[in-house]
Design a protein around this ligand. Structure first.
Ligand code: PLP
Length: 357
């Protein structure tokens, strides 16, 4: 007979997360910044010596928390940190007793995985239906409501008024709202802090950020969340100490407080290439939703996803296939990159379409 406590029944659907990392000419599979890494962080890494390697770091990445607090004009008590945005989301979900996690479908599969890991039941709400009615999306019972803006895999943004309506409702019914701004830099202007301001006004809303995307620091595993002091304390309790290494905290803090033009320049170039790529794809007859992120989503029928992904690989291009529950969630996601790699994607798609890949 199966033992009661191990393995966990609610982990039956989970497996390892193992994206293909083998070398390839154009890896457009994971939405990191393909222009490189933030120079201020690289400078800290180059200077790191024995102490940062041999000593324990601050328990809660004080340097990163202080830099983030200064950026938002708030106190470090309003900032939690983690190993990437994933680490922050994981800790937040662990801080909440088992419940449901409502999310927009199509959505980021890892959010559902994190929900399951922490004993929550993921509840998809179909994208258009969610947008029609923020209250219906958020549900009438206390739960976790998860919004990624822009969303992944489609890159579509949701309006701030809609998020505010969800927020008012979740705060009122006692839910916990997550606003995941992983790709926010590609969508908002530098001084638009709307979701962070919302989180700071509320009691149970966390705005989560990663440094893996626009800052180009995916390998360093840095992320943070901004919210009320009480919520941040609960997340820190669930997160535990020493999760962020000393060098990551220092390097991420330097990147967040830097006035180097690198961030704005690579974001600007990403936006130009994104629009150019979407244009070229649509000219070829592909259906591609407007993207506010650093990736595009090429809608494809389910039965074409695996063969086309394999054929593109043979052309030296890696994209990520998503099989959705509806047609708008099925497609190939490609990270926006310097133009030579975008051209490679277009050439690869042309070969696939001509049956020559
Ligand atoms: C929507 C969304 N949120 C959060 C993350 C977290 O990224 P990381 O754990 O690298 O910070 C990702 C990464 O792909 C993402 O797509």
């Amino acid at each position: 007979m199966k033992p009661d406590i191990y393995p966990r029944d609610d982990y039956d659907d989970l497996g390892r997360y193992l994206p293909d990392r083998s070398p390839i000419a154009a890896d457009l599979g994971d939405n990191r910044n393909l222009w490189g890494a933030h120079p201020a962080a690289l400078a800290v890494m180059a200077d790191a010596g024995t102490a940062v390697a041999s000593e324990y770091p601050d328990s809660y990445a004080d340097e990163l928390a202080a830099a983030v607090a200064a950026k938002f004009g708030t106190s470090p008590g309003n900032v939690t940190t983690g190993a990437g945005g994933t680490g922050v989301l994981d800790a937040l979900m662990r801080a909440v007793a088992p419940t449901r996690m409502r999310f927009m479908d199509p959505g980021w599969p890892a959010a559902g995985m994190l929900a399951r890991m922490n004993g929550h039941e993921p509840v998809p709400v179909e994208w258009e239906r969610a947008l029609e009615d923020p209250i219906r999306f958020a549900g009438s019972q206390p739960c976790i409501a998860y919004i990624a803006n822009p969303g992944n895999p489609t890159g579509e943004a949701v309006p701030d008024d809609w998020i505010r309506a969800v927020y008012k409702h979740t705060e009122a019914v006692g839910s916990v709202l997550i606003i995941d701004e992983a790709y926010g830099e590609y969508h908002r202007s530098r001084d638009d802090l709307t979701p962070f301001e919302m989180a700071l006004e509320g009691e149970r809303t966390l705005c989560v950020k990663t440094l893996s995307k626009a800052y180009g620091l995916a390998g360093m595993r840095a992320g943070y969340g901004v919210g009320s002091e009480s919520l941040v304390l609960e997340v820190d309790k669930a997160r535990g100490p020493f999760v962020v290494s000393g060098v990551t905290s220092k390097a991420a803090a330097a990147a967040v407080s830097s006035d180097s033009p690198w961030l704005d320049e690579t974001i600007a170039e990403t936006r130009v290439n994104r629009e150019r790529l979407i244009d070229r794809l649509r000219q070829r007859g592909y259906s591609v939703p407007a993207s506010a992120a650093n990736f595009v989503f090429i809608l494809r029928p389910d039965d074409r996803l695996e063969p086309e992904t394999r054929q593109l690989e043979s052309c030296g291009v890696r994209v990520r296939p998503f099989a959705g529950t509806t047609a708008r969630g099925s497609g190939l996601r490609a990270t926006v990159a310097p133009w030579d790699r975008m051209q490679r994607l277009l050439d690869g798609l042309d070969l696939v379409a001509a049956g020559r890949a």
